[in-house]
Design a protein around this ligand. Sequence first.
Ligand code: SF4
Ligand code: SF4
Length: 392
Amino acid sequence: MGFAPLHPSHATCATVTMVPSMPAESGRFAERLGSLGRVVQWGVHELELAALRRAHPLRYLFLEVTRRCNLQCAYCGSSCGPEIERDELSIDQWKEVVQQIARDFEAPQVMVAITGGEPLMKKGVIDLMAEIDRLGFPFGMVTNGHLVSAKTAEKLVAAGIDSITLSMDAPRALNDELRGAGSGEAVAKAVENLRAAGYQGILEIFSTVTTPALAELGRMRDQVAKMRISRWRVSPVMPIGRAAQRPDLVPDAAGVRRLLEFVRTSREDGLLPVPESCEEGFLGRRYEGKVRPYLWACLSGITVGGILCDGRIGACPELADAFVQGDVKRERFRDVWESRYQALRDRSWATNGICHDCEELRRCQGGALHLYRSQDEEPLRCLYQMAVAGQP
Ligand code: SF4
Ligand code: SF4
């Protein structure tokens, strides 16, 4: 199956991996052609992006079914925890929403990503999954693995799930320190249970990389290999949510550079897993096309939509409230998708602060939307500038 991997949105909002605009092979071909090839590659990419902006076909839909989580990671980008803090949609309301969306869009063309919080904390979520499957959507979820018991694994398989992303941020000892005791074991057990249940879909590990985990990247790769998982995505933790209060965990410029170098060189050594970086922004010439098999684009609101746990309509779950577009309790998702989202589809406003005189503004277009608090501000950080500044 060729579905795009899911967002690890309960830990951090990583960058887009939904619609690679340039297949890996053509990227390698462009690389062989040297700088002219890269110029052509970017030219095609920019044309494709402009066409997507105009057509804005819905291809990826987040359903943040709950903000509750059985863990309380110190660096959770969504600040999730054990309590229900918002007036969440019920499973029946979610079913009505997805039924309506199936009537209004081509369900097989829309990948549904069930996120949280921890999605399995939402009572009835597997019934919702079965309904999503019945309606013809490909779908998956992001989970910390703790609740994927043998029985739940069987139910997930029976519900027709296509893609499962498990969060594990470091080798077991450090992972437990960062995410809570037993977290590494929970992921290993979830993998075992899913395999025993006959799960055949996409299985991947997502690692939100904190400063202490930078020194453990090689060992983490070995651990993913030992679990016989070939898909491993990594991203540096972002300074949002609870991580904003933990600067000691957020990699600095040298740390970002170290992570990107690890991914770049690992992707060339022919071993599994091949790490893929899903950083939140444009990375510049040294890394674009070399740490992930596509070129940078933020597709939030262009091909990516989303519904928050309380019914508010937006796109990626970590977007600031300023980018909320409507509410499924009052409005039809399709009407909102077709008539609003102007600020997400036309980023000509994204020239504030650090972006104003940036030499890469045309290619980057102001970076990742989830790093803005509003249209009047600059992004919280820029990985391109960090990667350049982190040069030894
Ligand atoms: S806001 Fe943009 S960059 Fe951020 S996760 Fe969404 S699509 Fe990716
Ligand atoms: S400064 Fe702004 S436009 Fe330039 S690379 Fe960074 S985020 Fe993109």
